[in-house]
Write a protein of this length. Sequence first.
Length: 87
Amino acid sequence: MNEPSSQSIVEQLLADLRQEQQLVNSIIRGCIEHRWALGEEETELTEAMIYNAFEAYAVARGMPLSEAERFCEQYLDELIERVQAIL
């Protein structure tokens, strides 16, 4: 059986970190834009941005898509509030 090399493990770890960083940055950027949204349309757009990144993060962590959708719908407002509190 082929064991992964140290180099391939490091490369995979770095790829995973880049992917997570992109998703986390999208959530943060969406929360910043959400804070400054001027109307309902902008608010909905920023919520969609955050939702998509949140859902992608949940799926990347192994959650089935249908479960991730329910999870994100349930916790989206709380996620936005918590991230904005940190910012």
